[in-house]
Design a protein around this ligand. Structure first.
Ligand code: ADP
Length: 224
């Protein structure tokens, strides 16, 4: 399977906060020419734009809690109906509760997901990564104190301010990790049981991890 494949490719990526999902998702989506659908990015855009959704979500997000399943399912259902998503998609940050997983299968059908990726990074490593994570407040590009933009915390892509996310406090991160373990990680069982799960070690050079991931996804799609 290559970037000019004609069948839509429909992927989901799982991983703890700070596992590098966003970074890998961007590379994969660009490689396969599919829509990168990140619920976190969509919610942050709504907060920046001051929409009704953004107003509802901001407090919940900063506290490290989850936005309601109904709200998220509404956003996803609308987003999957957009023209660019007809070429395929990669879901990032969704589903993260059993209700969201059921809702997703209701929207796309039981055979509507080709593969799920689990980007595996231990908890102590992600806590360290998140405390040094910085993001562009305009386009969402991810940096860190160890890998800053070239000039003065200004985004290399768009010139936006590169800052620490409001929800990247230690307290919020610990709450999000507990929620991940309790609500999201158990969802992997369904994908495992249906032969759809790819496990990848998320510790190491991001480019090397992306190359490994693309090889694994290609091999599994070719075998389907
Ligand atoms: P992280 O995975 O580091 O928590 P995200 O960017 O995926 O970061 O999400 C940021 C916040 O947005 C979450 O803590 C939560 O409040 C909200 N959010 C994102 N996706 C969902 C979702 N699928 N369901 C509920 N809340 C969500």
């Amino acid at each position: 399977m290559s970037a000019d494949q004609t069948q839509p490719v429909r992927l989901v990526i799982f991983g703890r906060q700070g596992a590098g999902k966003g970074t890998q998702a961007k590379q994969l989506a660009s490689h396969y020419g599919i829509a990168h659908i990140s619920t976190g990015d969509m919610l942050r855009a709504a907060v920046r734009e001051g929409t009704e959704l953004g107003r509802q979500a901001k407090e919940v997000m900063d506290a490290g809690q989850l936005v309601s399943d109904d709200l998220i399912l509404g956003i996803i259902s609308d987003r999957l109906a957009e023209p660019d998503a007809q070429k395929g998609w990669l879901l990032d940050g969704f589903p993260r509760t059993p209700q969201q997983a059921e809702g997703l299968l209701g929207i796309v059908g039981d055979n509507g997901i080709d593969l799920a990726i689990n980007l595996n990074v231990p908890e102590d490593v992600v806590i360290e990564r998140i405390s040094s994570r910085r993001v562009c407040s305009n386009c969402g590009e991810i940096y860190s104190v160890n890998n800053p933009p070239t000039s003065n915390w200004t985004c290399d892509n768009c010139g936006g301010d590169v800052v620490q996310r409001d929800d990247d406090t230690e307290d919020s991160v610990r709450k999000r990790l507990v929620l991940y373990n309790e609500q999201t990680e158990p969802l992997l069982d369904w994908f495992q049981d249906n032969g759809l799960l790819i496990n990848v070690d998320g510790v190491g050079d991001p480019q090397a991890i992306a190359a490994t991931l693309i090889d694994l996804v290609d091999a599994r799609l070719a075998a389907q």
